[in-house]
Design a protein around this ligand. Structure first.
Ligand code: GAR
Length: 210
């Protein structure tokens, strides 16, 4: 067996998707990957506690300390290289990084987005806002998408998607929770496993699972 790939998880908040990844690793469901570091963009991200509880190295790179996204991107790139990241997972990471990071890790970075891309995605669509907009539009299904991170916000090749029913009585919070439980926490670890096992082929912007 090859040396396991170093998975570095980027996060900004509660970290339930990080927890899903940690739990998947415990069940041996991350294939040839191992979570080696969690980097948070906020000091008080609960994701940091989840990582520490599981003896995973944590680092912080605080977004609000920077005026300039390019400097933030450069410092993030340094951290990722220091951590010898093979696979990078955006798990509730709320910062759009500059091109330098995407360019350094082509088809090695994945993001989980809480809607069925190309709906309710792109700049400004993050966290609860996505579910507010889905309810405003009155969609009957929403869901989650895991995709490669490219220089286009939420525009990289789609790896996995899962649809989730929207109910008449949903609030943004109840819809968010159902999408996390039924979609995000399942398809994110699965996509990471596929990536760590070199099972994803990307051709002309389309992915194929080998
Ligand atoms: C998740 O729903 C994730 O899909 C979303 O934020 C939440 C983070 O929750 N991410 C985005 O909106 C990114 N555009 P978590 O911290 O509990 O994983």
């Amino acid at each position: 067996m090859n040396k396991k790939k170093n998975i570095v998880v980027l996060t900004s908040g509660g970290g339930t998707n990080l927890q899903a990844l940690i739990d998947a690793e415990k069940r041996n469901e991350l294939g040839n990957g191992k979570i080696t570091c969690v980097i948070a963009s906020k000091e008080d991200a609960y994701a940091l506690v989840r990582a520490q509880n599981n003896n995973i190295k944590t680092r912080t790179l605080i977004r609000k300390d920077y005026n300039d996204v390019n400097q933030y991107t450069e410092d993030m790139l340094k951290l990722l290289l220091e951590e010898k990241a093979d696979v990078i997972v955006y798990a509730g990471f709320m910062t759009i990084l500059g091109d330098a990071v995407c360019d350094a890790f082509p088809n090695k970075m994945v993001n989980v987005h809480p809607a069925l891309i190309p709906s309710f995605c792109g700049k400004g669509y993050y966290g609860l806002k996505v579910h507010e907009e889905a309810l405003k539009k009155g969609v009957k299904v929403s869901g989650a998408t895991v995709h490669f991170v490219t220089n286009e916000c939420d525009g990289g090749p789609i790896i996995l998607q899962k649809a989730v029913e929207v109910k008449d009585e949903d609030t943004p919070e109840t819809l968010q929770r159902r999408i996390m439980e039924q979609a995000e926490w399942k398809i994110l670890p699965k996509a990471v496993q596929l990536l760590c096992d070199d099972k994803i082929l990307v051709k002309n912007g389309i992915t194929y699972i080998l």
